[in-house]
Design a protein around this ligand. Structure first.
Ligand code: DHB
Length: 368
């Protein structure tokens, strides 16, 4: 490619439909990256082409194909849900175009193509530390409720496996991805009175879950709420309200992460987006752009897929979430996982980090 030609990034996100909050967060973060860190990297200008798949995998596949064939994008990015990332894997492999997964978090995604690199997280990476924390803090009997697809199943099996090893007992229920009803399940929980309820729902769905949790009186029944951080997503935490107080979660990013770089990031994001608080999806999007920029710098502007992927493997930088590195073996992200408690900071609700587990790899692949 000519040195002065733009490097096109096809950004496919759910901008409409039930998972539009993920698209909105990542789109805002990509724009903020370009505004703060510039569009020229390795001598090449980044040009983002945004497409809305509305969370529909057939649309993702068609858009990815068009972006590769018609627009000649050098990179595909986005992928708000696991099925959307999986639907694109074959296209990435055949076209030798890097697929940067900024959101989806089922562990197996990076195994679907050697061209997939992930800047979000994996559910086992976030859920096993939750099992360790629960076992160490007097919790013996846990109910799990997860959304019934890749990330939910990963969250359930990784938490339960680890927690049972530590001597705990687990009962599990799954709810559908589309139009979930938590009420029948919560009734069972209120009868069984476990020490804790472990929850995974995708980003944006937490408010709905919490509403039914309160309606069943479970907040007053002494059932502790635990899980990966998706249920207390920063984007909707203020909307969930005080019922979230005391929830313990393990995750890779909180808007309350205490570092000067994060404070600047949150302030800039809120300023550019009418006060919207960045969540973990925004950080996956921001770092996805950072990764593309770093790779182009390393290749001195060569945007061929194989060169970019080679440069991405082992890349490391200081993210607003803390230090991160792309695992050269798995193309997943190695990062700190924080134990957080939802509490008031001034008048605002935040997930306040109080313990750090450093440099966590995806545990499923680490055991292979
Ligand atoms: C996935 C989607 C989410 O919104 C989330 O919080 C975690 C995982 C997914 O589909 O992989």
């Amino acid at each position: 490619a000519l040195a002065q030609e733009a490097v096109k990034i096809g950004l496919i996100l759910p901008m409409t439909g039930p998972f539009a909050s993920t698209g909105k967060q990542i789109d805002a973060a990509v724009k903020l990256f370009l505004a703060r860190e510039g569009a020229v990297h390795g001598g090449r200008k980044l040009e983002v082409i945004l497409k809305d798949d509305a969370g529909n995998a057939d649309a993702t596949r068609r858009l990815a194909q068009e972006l590769v064939v018609n627009d000649k994008v050098a990179v595909l990015a986005g992928f708000g849900l696991t099925p959307l990332a999986m639907a694109t894997a074959q296209i990435a492999t055949q076209a030798k175009v890097p697929e940067i997964v900024m959101a989806a978090a089922t562990a197996s995604i990076t195994e679907a193509s050697p061209y997939i690199v992930r800047t979000s997280f994996t559910l086992p990476q976030a859920s096993e530390p939750m099992a360790d924390w629960a076992a160490k803090n007097g919790i013996r009997k846990v109910f799990t409720v997860v959304t019934d697809y890749g990330p939910g199943i990963d969250a359930e099996t990784s938490f339960a496996g680890r927690f049972k090893q530590a001597g705990g007992t687990v009962e599990s229920v799954r709810v559908p991805l589309r139009n979930p009803d938590f009420a029948p399940f919560l009734q069972r929980v209120s009868e069984a009175k476990p020490d804790a309820l472990f929850v995974f729902v995708p980003s944006g769905v937490g408010a709905q879950f919490m509403k039914q949790f309160v309606e069943r009186g479970l907040d007053k029944a002494g059932v502790k709420l635990i899980g990966p951080g998706d249920v207390v997503d920063d984007d909707i935490l203020e909307g969930i309200g005080d019922v979230a107080l005391g929830t313990i979660t393990t995750h890779h990013y909180s808007a309350a992460h205490d570092s000067p770089a994060n404070k600047e990031f949150v302030a800039a994001f809120q300023k550019a987006n009418a006060g919207m608080r960045p969540n973990f999806m925004a950080v996956g999007g921001y770092d996805g752009m950072k990764l593309v920029a770093k790779a182009l710098e390393a290749t001195k502007g060569d945007s061929s897929g194989d060169k970019l992927i080679a440069a991405m493997k082992g890349a490391s930088w200081e993210s607003v979430r803390g230090p991160v590195k792309i695992d050269p073996e798995t193309r997943d992200i190695i990062q700190n996982i924080y134990v957080r408690k939802t509490q008031k900071v001034g008048s605002e609700l935040h997930n306040v980090e109080f313990e750090t587990i450093k440099d966590v790899k995806d545990p499923v692949k680490a055991r292979k």
